[in-house]
Ligand binder design. Structure first.
Ligand code: SF4
Length: 419
């Protein structure tokens, strides 16, 4: 049970607003030193100043060793409206989940909770995890399974949409629930959170019987919330299938529970290379010293990382914010991969931007920063059409045996390309 101090008014965060924001770059050596001294451990995990103060305030009996233990973080996650009131001054818009709209419960790790602004209900990270009135309203175009994944599911836990790859949904559990989750229809649901081994075996059997499947994406829910032994079971079974060339893990754990990225976990995963990781990031404020350390560990284990980001109104739909996130990810060796138009799940209208906003963001990056920092902007077509890439109009057409092109500054150029 959490130990919570009663006086939440004298916030550490208010005082912080006058000072420097929490360090959101590379790990701070002072904090690293502090952590090591308390734990007496070498190579231990950093704790950023904001999280450290949160722990001191709300979990004063908890050692840094426990704070940096991922299982402690999951056990002590905030899971109710009453609990989040202990550290947030909730606005009138912030409400209890009611079974309407996205039908997602609350779940936030103490680590991620420590990054939320207790007074500002519009703070980007806070908006992604705290339920609001708008999410209880379902618009006509919204569907619980907007991508029609269940129509492409030949056996439980498998979505087979593209010719040479499958999605393997191994759990419905996440350490932190995002209010805009595409899989809100399955995520957090009791019957999906603890899949039986026999259910996985059926899914693995399907992959074995389909030699065209060369790429398996393990996702959910969040596979990195599974105990190592279960994850190892999955990876070893998949690696034993000769036609499975690559395995990808889709996760938000490095952003919301970075202490899960332990050396034993990575030692286990690297036995099953080539393994890739697709990491869900939302905002540059997520790039704390803890996250930098987690990603550096993953990269050092030889696991290529790509980022996936959902375009969210008022959260990351600003070109400056978005560029900061993409450039920050590259610095920690995460290659920006996808920018998704937000899927129309129930209660998501307040998150969705116009598609032109995404195109503007891509236009603001192309030519102005490294190509490596530019993700593919895609719409996952409602009803099951798969990912469709969207590009600003650089190709203008043909004229007199030439291709007419517009560059990033809006200037016109011609490329000789006889008919
Ligand atoms: S981490 Fe992914 S699967 Fe889990 S709630 Fe967020 S978007 Fe959904």
């Amino acid at each position: 049970m959490k130990t919570v101090k009663k006086d939440v008014k004298a916030s550490i965060f208010c005082e912080e607003k006058e000072a420097e924001p929490p360090s959101m770059g590379h790990p701070d050596p002072v904090l690293l030193t502090m952590t090591r001294q308390e734990n007496g451990l070498k190579n231990d995990f950093p704790v950023n100043i904001r999280s450290l103060e949160f722990r001191n305030r709300y979990f004063p009996e908890t050692s840094l060793r426990d704070w940096n233990n991922w299982q402690w973080q999951i056990r002590n996650s905030y899971t109710s409206y009453e609990q989040i009131q202990q550290f947030l001054h909730l606005s009138e818009d912030e409400v209890k989940p009611s079974g309407n709209g996205n039908n997602l419960p609350i779940r936030i790790t103490p680590y991620y909770a420590s990054l939320l602004d207790p007074y500002d209900a519009l703070q980007p990270l806070r908006r992604t995890v705290i339920p609001v009135l708008d999410e209880l309203i379902t618009s006509p175009e919204e569907k619980p399974d907007p991508l029609g994944e269940m129509n492409d599911s030949p056996v439980n836990h498998i979505v087979h949409r593209y010719p040479d790859r499958v999605l393997f949904l191994v759990t419905g559990f996440c350490s932190t629930y995002c209010r805009y989750c595409t899989r809100s229809h399955m995520v957090s649901k009791k019957d999906k959170c603890h899949a039986m081994k026999s259910e996985w075996d059926e899914a693995i059997g399907y992959i074995q019987q389909h030699p065209e499947v060369r790429d398996v994406v393990i996702s959910g829910g969040d596979p990195l919330t599974l105990p190592e032994s279960r994850l190892q079971y999955l990876l070893s079974r998949l690696r034993a299938i000769s036609h499975v060339e690559i395995i990808r893990i889709g996760t938000k754990v490095p952003a919301v529970l970075p202490m899960r990225i332990t050396p034993p976990l990575l030692r286990m995963i690297r036995q099953y290379h080539p393994v890739f990781m697709s990491i869900h990031f939302t905002h540059p404020d997520e790039l704390t010293p803890e996250v930098c350390t987690a990603c550096e560990r993953i990269a050092d284990a030889g696991i290529p990382m790509g980022s996936q980001t959902v375009l969210l109104r008022g959260i990351n739909d600003d070109p400056v914010v978005f560029r900061k996130l993409m450039q920050g990810l590259l610095k920690i060796r995460v290659r920006p991969y996808y920018l998704y138009q937000c899927d129309p799940i129930p209660g998501s209208a307040h998150f969705r931007t116009h598609v032109e906003k995404g195109l503007d963001i891509i236009r603001s990056l192309r030519g102005f920063t490294s190509g490596y920092a530019i993700p593919h902007f895609v719409i996952d077509a409602p009803g099951g059409g798969g990912k469709i890439p969207l590009l600003p109009e650089y190709f203008q057409g043909r004229s007199d045996g030439r291709v007419v092109l517009t560059n990033y500054e809006g200037n016109t150029y011609y490329y000789p390309d006889p008919d």
